[in-house]
Design a protein around this ligand. Structure first.
Ligand code: MRU
Length: 369
């Protein structure tokens, strides 16, 4: 019998709290410092939020979305003295959305969350449920909380669906960090099935590629899994093929920054390589993401893959590893074509190929398998 979302909520206690709204303040754990330092940063304005996203203090598609949802609320709270009516408030919100959406281009959760907040403001004003700026602030606080709470419920649902793919003794490879740090809730997407399997008494282990250049695997995923008591092995990004070839893993589970209507999966650079090798060796490859990560309108060539500072590659944590002026190409995401994806696990169910038919049906409410 399947465990319920409520039952998981009762017995699972998240070990990290990367995002918190407390006394009208947005507080985030600075993920660029984890696990060496535990530093919390207070964000006051949409510009603060954009800077924190750009500098990787908060990262991971759902966590960026949740932070930006609260960032919309901050835009009003930080400009109350200048906002005299609801029209002013809408202008402030539209400007905040523009500032934060520009912070990083690939994860669709960011414009999804700011769009949801702006739409909430517009609809609450037009249907008369909000009649003052103070009431708008209250409505947007409730909406940002809903973004957070729905994300957590979605992760539990994905964890339950994903756990059904796992057996005692299984070993899973991931990429980057698609855990509770990346989602802001403490649970995660790709790591949810493993965490829940462990909670249910199964023995499962994980292989974690280090994930150059930001080392999200080595720094963040290892940290999260070890805290959960999960048997964890760190590997270099270059060992991925051998580990799969030797039969050391029997599933790949990754998160996603954007999934298209035809099943193309954008995720941390290195994911494509894992998917191709897994496909070649007959290892199932699953992408796990909430419906807020789906982009049902863009085509694959419309999506911008973020390229970051060359020095992120020329140095590792401040230490030079090459000539200081060598030419660098530093894309931080890649795209996996649908033919390498075994299934996409969402809170609405598991989506199998053909994705060009099934993604739309499941995400728009038809239910998965
Ligand atoms: O550059 P990052 O650290 O923001 O990249 C994160 C990823 O690629 C994650 O796999 C993705 O956002 C899913 S998080 C649940």
């Amino acid at each position: 019998m399947r465990i319920s979302i409520d039952e998981v909520k009762r017995i699972y206690k998240p070990k990290v709290k990367p995002i918190e709204w407390r006394d009208n303040r947005l507080i985030i754990l600075d993920q660029s410092k984890v696990p060496f330092e535990t530093i919390y940063v207070e964000l006051h304005t949409p510009q603060d939020v954009a800077d924190a996203i750009r500098s990787m203090k908060v990262r991971g598609a759902p966590a960026i979305g949740i932070t930006a949802a609260y960032g919309m609320l901050l835009s009003l709270l930080s400009s109350m003295s200048k906002v005299s009516d609801l029209n002013d408030a809408l202008r402030v919100l539209e400007n905040a959305k523009r500032i934060m959406d520009a912070a990083r281009p690939t994860a669709v959760n960011l414009p999804w969350a700011t769009g949801r907040m702006l739409n909430k403001a517009k609809s609450s004003i037009s249907n008369g449920s909000v009649r003052s700026v103070k009431e708008l602030v209250d409505a947007l606080k409730a909406e940002a909380d809903a973004v957070f709470n729905e994300e957590y419920d979605a992760e539990i649902a994905m964890g339950i669906y994903g756990m059904e793919k796992l057996n005692n003794g299984d070993s899973i490879m991931t990429q980057c960090n698609a855990g509770g740090l990346a989602t802001g809730t403490g649970l995660g997407t790709a790591l949810a099935p493993v965490k829940l399997a462990k909670l249910m008494g199964m023995e499962v282990s994980m292989f974690v590629p280090e994930t150059r250049p930001w080392l999200q695997g080595a720094r963040l995923t290892v940290y999260e899994l070890v805290m959960e008591g999960i048997d964890t092995t760190l590997i270099t990004d270059t060992a991925v093929g051998l580990v799969m070839y030797k039969g050391m893993v029997n599933h790949v589970m990754v998160g996603a920054d954007r999934i298209l209507k035809d099943g193309h999966v954008f995720n941390k650079v290195g994911t494509f390589k894992e998917a191709v090798i897994a496909h070649e060796l007959g290892i199932p490859f699953y992408a796990l993401a909430p419906s807020s990560t789906f982009d049902l309108t863009s085509d694959v060539n419309d999506v911008k893959i973020e390229e970051r500072d060359p020095n992120e590659v020329r140095l590792i944590r401040g230490v030079p590893i090459t000539l200081s002026d060598v030419k660098v190409y530093n894309p931080v995401f890649d795209v996996t074509p649908p033919r390498y994806v075994t299934a996409i696990i969402t809170e609405k169910g598991i989506i199998y190929p053909p994705f060009d038919k099934n993604v739309n049906r499941v995400i728009n409410g038809g239910g998965g398998y």
